[in-house]
Design a protein around this ligand. Structure first.
Ligand SMILES: Nc1ncnc2c1ncn2[C@@H]1O[C@H](COP(=O)(O)OP(=O)(O)O)[C@@H](O)[C@H]1O
Ligand SMILES: [Mg+2]
Length: 263
């Protein structure tokens, strides 16, 4: 590394973090299996200059002095950061205890999908870092818990449109059966576009719509699922996610929601 890795603590409060704190963050949650120099080098190559003390999640513990981050998953932590020539972006950092070996595959998937406007734009990635656009902090879970039926329906309509495109790309998001965690609305209170995140676990094929609807029906506790919907969903999968059947499924789902008690 030819220049001193320069990171300060916050985009908002200007708290500088010392080198120890930076290293603790990029090797979260511990130094075991974490090649610090290699990680600093990757961050440097990606142009990551600042890590910001910003977000709704706090990492507690002496090492972190209650550092705020955007999110924490099983395999990564997600922070706001500043990237040279690009600006404030989201930095996903692979956890040192992650079971997944790298973030490169997710970076490639995001590159493909962001062309369709259904996932965050990606600016760079390496084994342990991924730089992408911020999608805000309003996800489908928030909408289901806080909004009225009309807005919940609007959020579903936009989610369905993004999922239709996802099925078209032949990439299956393996966690879309819990869509409330993975679908975000960066322009809330507008629901367009619905952005899908976290392609850590994915496979080839189509059928995201089936996962999404299965998850939603369980979450909203809709008992009255029509036999017609079940039939259409099976047909959709059998016919390689035919967009014509998609439209029928969308209508059927919206009419079920319309006549159901929600919350
Ligand atoms: N682009 C983003 N903009 C804003 N928040 C994000 C973004 N990506 C991830 N997050 C937040 O970080 C959390 C963890 O990210 P996720 O991709 O699910 O990590 P993992 O691969 O470890 O499951 C998400 O639930 C979300 O709250
Ligand atoms: Mg996740």
């Amino acid at each position: 590394m030819d220049r001193k890795f320069f990171l300060f603590g916050s985009c908002l409060d200007g708290r500088y973090i010392d080198e120890q704190e930076v290293i603790s963050l990029i090797c979260y949650p511990n130094f075991k299996n974490c090649d610090i120099h290699n990680r600093l080098n990757q961050a440097n190559l990606l142009g990551i200059e600042l890590l910001c003390n910003f977000g709704n999640i706090t990492i507690t513990g002496n090492k972190y002095r209650n550092f705020h981050i955007l999110g924490k998953g099983h395999s990564s932590i997600v922070l706001l950061g500043y990237v040279k020539n690009t600006g404030y972006k989201v930095i996903k950092i692979r956890r040192s205890d992650s079971k997944r070996p790298e973030l490169i595959n997710e970076g490639k998937i995001l590159e493909r999908l962001s062309k369709y406007g259904i996932s965050p734009q990606v600016y760079g990635y390496s084994r342990d870092f991924l730089v992408m656009d911020y999608v805000g902090d309003i996800n489908l879970g928030y909408i289901i818990n806080n909004e009225n039926k009309l807005n919940i329906t609007n959020s579903f309509i936009e989610s369905l449109e993004s999922i239709k495109l996802l099925d078209y790309t032949n990439i299956i998001h393996n966690e879309l059966n819990r869509p409330w965690k993975n679908i975000y609305f960066p322009n809330y209170p507008n629901y367009f576009p619905a952005i899908i995140i976290d392609f850590e676990s994915h496979s080839e094929g189509c059928g995201n719509l089936n996962k999404f609807i299965g998850g939603i029906i369980g979450r909203l506790n809709i008992a009255k699922v029509s036999g017609n919907l079940v039939k259409l969903l099976a047909e959709y999968k059998n016919k390689n996610c035919d967009p014509l059947i998609f439209n029928k499924i969308k209508e059927e789902l919206l009419s079920i929601i319309n006549t159901s008690f929600i919350r």
